[in-house]
Design a protein around this ligand. Sequence first.
Ligand SMILES: Cc1cc2nc3c(=O)[nH]c(=O)nc-3n(C[C@H](O)[C@H](O)[C@H](O)COP(=O)(O)OP(=O)(O)OC[C@H]3O[C@@H](n4cnc5c(N)ncnc54)[C@H](O)[C@@H]3O)c2cc1C
Length: 499
Amino acid sequence: MTAHTDVVVVGAGPVGLFTAALLDSAGVSVRVFERNPGASVVSKAIAMQARTLETFATLRVEDGKRLTDLLLPLGRPVPRTHFATLPTMLELGGFESAYPYMLFIPQNETERVLAEHLATRGVPVHYGREVGSFTQDTDRVVVSADGETCEARYLVGADGAHSTVRKAAGIGFPGTGPSNIGFVADVELVDAPERNLTLWSHETGSVTIFRTPGGYRVFGMEPGDTGLSPEEVAARRQRPPGLDDLRATLVRIAGTDFGLRSASWLSQTTDSTRHADRFRAGRVFLAGDAGHVHLPAGGQGMNVGLQDAANLSWKLVAELRGWATPSIVDGAASYQAERLPIAVRLGENTLAQSALMTTFTPAGGALRTMTSDLIATSPSLSAELAGWVSGLRVRYPVAGDAHPLDGLPAPDLPLADGKLVHRLEIDRFLLVDLTPDGRFGALASPRLDVAVGPPRAGVAAALVRPDGYVARAWAEAEVPEVTAAVLAWLGTAPAPLGQ
Ligand SMILES: Cc1cc2nc3c(=O)[nH]c(=O)nc-3n(C[C@H](O)[C@H](O)[C@H](O)COP(=O)(O)OP(=O)(O)OC[C@H]3O[C@@H](n4cnc5c(N)ncnc54)[C@H](O)[C@@H]3O)c2cc1C
């Protein structure tokens, strides 16, 4: 028997689960297929960035709460982050965000909360079902998962780095292979450093230790594990390290094993850096690690993937409901046009971090010292890097005469009826009216909410997209120009809800 749904999502990692939750919040029917028999019990990502928290705050969950209300108590907020484990930290407190910090929270906890929400909503997450292939024509996609078929209008491949969907869609994955191999582990330490610690020596290598909600995470690399061929890395990955290997590595690098007792997870990292050459092939989209892989540096992969999900979901809703403009479907504001350049820059910034972290020579040490000093003495450099890593300064392409807010995540404006992130809905735009006379109230429509707020220097109005990005802002604005921008983004004839 063939099941039917609007969207099939392949992969119940964080990106697939969040995509499903966003689509469901708009009344779209969605099914998730996951090849693993159940939810993950180990955590790759620990760092949840500010922009992810802003996006999570838009999703309503049970009992009138937001997704952030469930996640924040499970994590630990930290006010600063790092670039390439350099000594000078990046401050996150200076951003006008509802969440000007990073949250340490295990990835599997985020996945658990999302999966529980989907279960409550009755969204099927089929564990133990591997998607092997699909076919598509102009109207539909037919997905095969372990002998069952499911027909959908769209398919989202959130199936990780080795994505079956990507390969079956014929989408290329260019980039560079691995040249180094690092260690990473979640451990119990009885002689842990009092504060988070990074040791870096061009002779012995590097180790970073920081406290997590469940213990400590250690990661690093030895000089002999750099400058490898992809074949050498592949051979090394056949022999995963054990607890004693990790202990010996720590002693070689730091002179102590920090009282290493046990490890709940031991793994390896590489700097393999690739991105999909297309994010869309007909009715098939890629999101998350299926679209980009890189060295896990600075806590970005999952967060960027979750932003893929946010960018894609509202556009898919618009397409399903029939109000997506050509620009949103395959033009300048399409999912691919906006997110593919982000994947490219993500690869570049993590390769740059790799160079700073793993060039174990005196020159590499000098580069680290100089870069760290530059960050310490240049507030704009520090803010730029913090904006990238946190996601708060990721900007989508804008027209030449842009307002400074255009293309950026909307700041946390204090609106008359609450926070901006709480006013966002996945199936409509928000017009923020900061004029003293509230002159844009009459523009409200089924696809456009209007919210008023106190006057603010330099901003009279802002048109905010469902994913929280500023489509257009005005320092001074009158009704005709704002109406023109609304029509450009929303089209002229939106279909009624539910069609
Ligand atoms: C050591 C380490 C530390 C990291 N730390 C951070 C961090 O602090 N912050 C951060 O942002 N990122 C971090 N990352 C990266 C982050 O873990 C990934 O970017 C994230 O898991 C990507 O999520 P995803 O949902 O796209 O893919 P995945 O988490 O890989 O999920 C894909 C899912 O698809 C399933 N699947 C695959 N093929 C099929 C199929 N054919 N049919 C059905 N299901 C399928 C898989 O079983 C899997 O469950 C880290 C990564 C590592 C390795």
